[in-house]
Write a protein that binds this ligand. Structure first.
Ligand code: DGT
Ligand code: CA
Ligand code: ZN
Length: 582
């Protein structure tokens, strides 16, 4: 049970009550409950499980009992009954981008739309466009959103699968018959989304391991089970496959099942050129060749070395030049989490974050960071409680005060006063130059008007990144993985503008964003652009997002030198042209 499931269930109830035409106050209570659950600063799931929700504003008596039931049993009878009153296809509409409660209700009441298929038909036939409050444009948008949903069907954000995957991996490793275990596939390559998860185990007792895997508590159903492999579903529909191999086969199998397919094709071609055939279990002399037998490989690194390659990190295995580079000894030395000395773009309670400056600073120190950049929203982001000039100046003063405190305690730590300043529609910034000049650094981001034509958006971003006070560009394309497409923008043009003006591009580590996309970093670095790996943390625990950022940075071929927040505090102060405070 997660916070998201609790909130989503309350949202769904609100919507179903609305479809039934129930009392608006009751409906609002559920919506507010969902909001409260999402925003609650503590561990709301545990509180719900322990029936300890009394006194939380926004969660009334009726909701307390329901959240408790949901958190303890994973089910809610009230909700199940309510759902049973509606056709099941109706629920397919609930997660379509741009289809809010009002629209769903109108479609259901007036046109009897009770499935995605029917909605699609009526969009095509023009009936949706003819409905009051809809129109041709809306109908087109709905079709696009459905197409997007279908395209992304059965994919999962990396960030959403880490917890169950690591839990299963840990229990596999604990089994006495498990010699070695790894997750292979797109998960190991750090793809931003994965279709399924591929576990690989070395064992002398495959049957036992397979039994153990399919009966794991995270598994909800078994798709297939054989003597050496099995496929299962977890609760959220994520498919997990497991293959059992012998210890001698493990290295070759790990290389094969890590992929990607394209990388494997390149590796097989290379092996052939060296007189060997490579498959999922071994490297063997090519038929008719006089190549000597290959040894049993202990590790992928040994296999790579045998083929005349430097070790290729899993993140790089997309056949974008890594095999050639490994043959030439030209692979980059990839950045590691331990290289980070600080980070930028973090929010506090001043805007839409959940923790105070002091709490965020303490959490950053616990992560071993020497500095933390604060960048709360600016005034135009009123939906995120953006700061106006007065509040920002107060925050700057508060940061200076805290820094004096760290200094007097002899703590080597500094908060940087920044802002995530909105890039307005015309590319100008939400604050004047005078105020921006009082900040230690500036992140500029787009938060509204995301649907403008590509040329306009490109000009807007270029104007912002060439502004002399802008240090870095936040979440460049605005994408939300599996939810919202990147906006139309000429990326090479923006990258070029950043290169020329020395503006850093952020790698936003929020697992929903992971933006700029890993596919562009190699190019950006070649143009001379630097990266900042930023968690966009809205609470202390989200500093953990740095882990995702580093995985994706590695996937983008980034080295320590390409990432500015590997600089230590003194070097960063110099980089930002700031007086040291010690
Ligand atoms: P996914 O699951 O769609 O996110 O992506 P992957 O890369 O995990 O793909 P998956 O699960 O179908 O297969 C895992 C790895 O197994 C894949 O990366 C490479 C290898 N593999 C699977 N099928 C083939 C194939 O037909 N040819 C080759 N060369 N390799 C394959
Ligand atoms: Ca996979
Ligand atoms: Zn933002």
């Amino acid at each position: 049970m997660t916070r998201e499931t609790l909130a989503e269930t309350l949202e769904d109830i609100a919507l179903l009550l609305e479809l039934k035409g129930e009392n608006p106050f009751k409906i609002r209570a559920y919506r507010m409950g969902a909001e409260t659950v999402m925003q609650f600063p503590g561990d709301i799931v545990t509180r719900a499980r322990e029936d300890d929700l009394k006194g939380i504003k926004g969660i009334g008596d009726a909701l307390q009992q329901k959240l408790h039931e949901l958190a303890t049993t994973g089910k809610l009878e009230f909700y199940e009954k309510l759902r049973a009153e509606f056709p099941t296809g109706l629920f397919e509409l609930f997660r379509i981008q741009g289809l809010g409660p009002k629209k769903i209700k109108a479609l259901y009441d007036s046109l009897g739309v009770d499935s995605l298929a029917r909605l699609k038909d009526l969009c095509h036939s023009g009936e949706v466009a003819a409905l009051a409050g809809f129109g041709k444009k809306t109908a087109e948008k709905i079709l696009e959103a459905i197409a997007f949903r279908e395209f992304n069907a059965e994919r999962f954000r990396l960030g959403d699968v880490v917890a169950p995957v690591e839990e299963i991996l840990t229990s596999l490793k604990e089994h006495p018959d498990c010699l070695r275990a790894e997750v292979a596939g797109s998960y190991r390559r750090a793809k931003e989304t994965v279709h399924d998860v591929d576990f690989l185990v070395a064992t002398g007792n495959a049957v036992e391991i397979i039994e153990y895997f399919v009966s794991h508590s995270r598994v909800t159903s078994v798709i297939a089970k054989g003597p050496t492999k099995a496929s299962v579903y977890l609760a959220d529909g994520l498919q997990c496959d497991l293959r059992a191999v012998s210890n001698a086969e493990f290295a070759c199998a790990l290389a094969y099942f890590t992929g990607s397919k394209e990388h494997n094709v390149a590796m097989r071609g290379l092996a052939l050129s060296r007189g060997y055939t490579l498959n999922e279990y071994r490297l063997a002399p090519r038929e008719g060749s006089d190549s000597p037998e290959a040894p049993v490989f202990e590790s992928e690194a040994q296999l790579h070395r045998f083929l005349g390659l430097d070790y290729i990190a899993p993140e790089l295995r997309e056949n974008t030049g890594e095999v050639e580079a490994a043959a030439e000894g030209a692979l980059p030395r990839l950045i590691e989490l331990e290289n980070l000395r600080g980070t930028f773009h973090n929010h506090t309670v001043a805007s839409d974050g959940r923790n105070t400056l002091g709490e965020m600073a303490a959490a950053a120190m616990e992560h071993g960071l020497q500095y933390l950049g604060i960048a709360d929203h600016s005034k135009s982001s009123f939906q995120a409680n953006g700061l106006d000039e007065k509040r920002l100046r107060e925050q700057i003063a508060e940061i200076r005060e805290l820094n004096r405190g760290y200094q007097s305690e002899g703590t080597k730590f500094r908060l940087f006063a920044g802002s995530e300043v909105d890039i307005l529609k015309d590319g100008s910034l939400d604050f004047d130059d005078e105020l921006l000049g009082e900040l230690d650094y500036v992140v500029a981001s787009v938060h509204n008007a995301m649907t403008m034509p590509e040329a306009e958006m490109t000009a807007r971003l270029i104007k912002a990144v060439t502004h002399p006070k802008v240090t870095m560009l936040g979440h460049l394309t605005g994408r939300l993985l599996l939810e919202r497409d990147p906006y139309a923008v000429d990326l090479p043009a923006v990258i070029e503008a950043c290169a020329e003006s020395g503006t850093v591009i952020e790698l936003n580590c929020n697992p929903w964003r992971l933006d700029m996309d890993w596919r562009w970093w190699k190019y950006a670095v070649e143009r001379g652009v630097k990266c900042a790996i930023n968690p966009d943390a809205h609470r202390t625990t989200q500093l953990d997002y740095l882990w995702f950022g580093v995985r994706l940075a590695r996937k983008g071929w980034l080295t320590r030198a390409d990432v500015i927040n590997t600089l230590d505090l003194a070097a960063m102060e110099e980089y930002l042209n700031l007086e040291p405070i010690r």
